[in-house]
Write a protein that binds this ligand. Structure first.
Ligand code: SAH
Length: 346
């Protein structure tokens, strides 16, 4: 199927077959698609790129996702946990570097009880009133999410990973369920978080029908943030021999997401920067408007290894802010210090 730019500007009205055709189209549509996505982003967010300081606070995980390098069965992973004081230290570093959102991400680690998380969140909240606190610690109960929210957390990232039950069961052991993950996402919304979801592009066994289901699920959820990145294999997982996702398809999906969710905050992810040198800039040009440099204490930074060769130095690190700013300026974007809340007002 051939699509003109005019056709693509109506993508929000496409049925499943047409969306699938866009996902599968040859690369001649990308120029139009990326231009449209960039126009829509500028309408909602101008040329601003928002920063999030990512603190990967534990790589212990009780889950065993087949794709992930920190799965509990990976005995080669060198495990670490960061103390509250270390977290507060890096928040200070981050604040001084101009970060106004802190993202605490980790494996599902019950060592951090609800009380401990509440203590950490409320301490950050007390010290940095003007900052957003984002959590990304996997599936927890409604009550836990509510407790974190009540002490000051504002946002929560929980990718649904894939919206298709059959595909989900090929990526995860039986004891994990897509229904529970979805339930968590709706609970988070109900509590009042700004919610982020998302999926990997090119994960093993993924079809374009699966990607259409992902888009439809997101349309139902209406998340504020959507994180996607290519699947990248990790040598110590059952998927060690699988093909990586591609930058090309990831960029196309970013552009489609921007057109379907004009108001959304879309990160150009570390995985995209890892799979291709210029991946992060390309993501921004295709419609992304967030970057999440790494603020984890340097001594642990290499250990949050979700996939092989994950980058964490240079402009990928929070300290590389100036260099990042320059590179994005060169392609016409402006890194800003705002909290960067979702713009649903238009
Ligand atoms: N425990 C948290 C954080 C998970 S890690 C949670 O459950 O939300 C953050 C994201 O990294 C995952 O949601 C997954 O989509 C992505 N990820 C994990 N392994 C990956 C891999 N091999 N390649 C690319 N992305 C991966």
């Amino acid at each position: 199927m051939n699509f003109t730019k005019q056709d693509l500007s109506n993508i929000h009205k496409f049925d499943d077959d047409m969306l699938k055709a866009v996902i599968e189209a040859d690369n001649t549509i990308d120029k139009d698609l990326f231009e449209l996505a960039d126009e829509v982003r500028r309408e909602y967010y101008d040329n601003k790129v928002y920063l999030r300081g990512l603190i990967e606070y534990t790589n212990y995980c009780k889950n065993d996702c087949y794709y992930c390098g920190i799965r509990c069965s990976n005995k080669n992973a060198k495990r670490y946990r960061i103390t509250k004081d270390e977290i507060l230290d890096v928040c200070k570093t981050g604040y001084d570097l101009g970060y106004r959102t802190f993202v605490l991400q980790g494996g599902e680690d019950s060592y951090y009880t609800d009380d401990m998380m509440c203590d950490i969140v409320s301490s950050i909240r007390e010290m940095y009133e003007d900052c957003a606190i984002t959590l990304s610690l996997g599936e927890r109960s409604y009550e836990s999410y509510k407790a974190f929210f009540d002490v000051g957390a504002n946002r929560y990232l929980l990718r649904h990973e894939t919206a298709d039950n059959n595909h989900y069961s090929k990526l995860h052991p039986d004891r994990m369920s897509l229904d529970n993950r979805k339930k968590c996402l709706y609970n988070l919304k109900e509590i009042g978080y700004q919610v982020g979801s998302g999926f990997m592009v090119g994960s093993p066994y993924q079809t374009s029908d699966n990607l259409v289901s992902d888009l439809r699920f997101l349309q139902d959820l209406q998340p504020d943030m959507i994180g996607i990145g290519p699947f990248i294999r990790h040598q110590d997982t059952p998927f060690r021999d699988k093909e990586n996702g591609t930058m090309e398809l990831t960029l196309r999906m970013i552009a489609i997401l921007r057109l379907l969710f004009p108001y959304s905050l879309l990160p150009s992810t570390t995985a995209l920067g890892t799979i291709n040198e210029g991946g992060r800039e390309a993501g921004i040009k295709a419609g992304a408007n967030v970057v999440m440099p790494n603020l984890t204490p340097i001594k642990y930074r290499g250990q949050y290894e979700l996939y092989d060769d994950k980058i964490y130095t240079g402009e990928e690190s929070a300290e590389g802010r100036k260099a990042l700013e320059k590179r994005l300026e060169m392609i016409g974007y402006r890194v800003v210090t705002d909290r960067g809340d979702v713009n649903k007002l238009k």
